[in-house]
Design a protein around this ligand. Sequence first.
Ligand SMILES: Nc1ncnc2c1ncn2[C@@H]1O[C@H](COP(=O)(O)OP(=O)(O)OP(=O)(O)O)[C@@H](O)[C@H]1O
Ligand SMILES: [Mg+2]
Length: 248
Amino acid sequence: MSRTRLHTLENPKSPVSEAFRTLRTNIQFSGIDKPINSLVITSTGPGEGKSTVSINIAVAMAQAEKNVLLIDCDLRKPSLHRTFTFNHLNGLTNILVEDMEYTDVLYEAEEIKGLHVIGSGPIPPNPAELLGSNKMKNFVEKMKNIYDMVILDAPPIGLVTDSAVLSTIVDGTILVCAVGEADINATKRAKELLDKVKANILGVVLSKVPINQGGYYRYHYSQYYDSSYYEYERTRKDNRRKKRGKAK
Ligand SMILES: Nc1ncnc2c1ncn2[C@@H]1O[C@H](COP(=O)(O)OP(=O)(O)OP(=O)(O)O)[C@@H](O)[C@H]1O
Ligand SMILES: [Mg+2]
């Protein structure tokens, strides 16, 4: 069992946990007009930290006395069962395909009051189709009425359409970008894809930020930018690139 990703539970006073609490607050603030009660966490490529962010933001919210449901929607490469140790062969796909009751596949995290987790269930041959089905939409709607926050841990958006599909049935989408790993063009394409389906991109979590960068100590494990900041940065970089091009 690998519990290395449960920072907010195992080390609540660490700067890492503090960063996740800040993320929790930022998510709450982004829903002033329309409260955010469901989220998709995705990234451009694999291994950028989606599950780590999903798990820790779920724990941080449960610690703030919210009832939280975390669902492993990575039906190609599920991973939440490795952190919470449950049998992932009963989970979301059983609910969608076999009409199993969600209460029959629910894992209640013993040490984290208020956090429930649903694993992937058996890996299906048609994940995008299942995640894009009306059944999935209705299921998430039902869960939104039961829980204060529903968090969907999704696959990378650059590779498959699952996350774009999921982003249309939730209130907000968060893009995780790993420093030094995320490809800028692929990230732009991911953003365009999300815009195309009218996803509400709440912001970008910058993960794997080197702790000693630029000559001063940066202890943030993950940093959060809201989407307007992301837009601003993107335009600024594009302009700089254009200027450099002209100067040649
Ligand atoms: N902010 C971070 N800083 C350093 N390491 C991290 C960070 N976030 C995740 N990791 C590490 O990177 C690896 C991948 O993390 P994780 O499983 O959360 O990514 P993922 O995007 O869900 O991957 P996948 O695409 O396989 O589902 C893990 O070993 C994890 O411990
Ligand atoms: Mg993952």
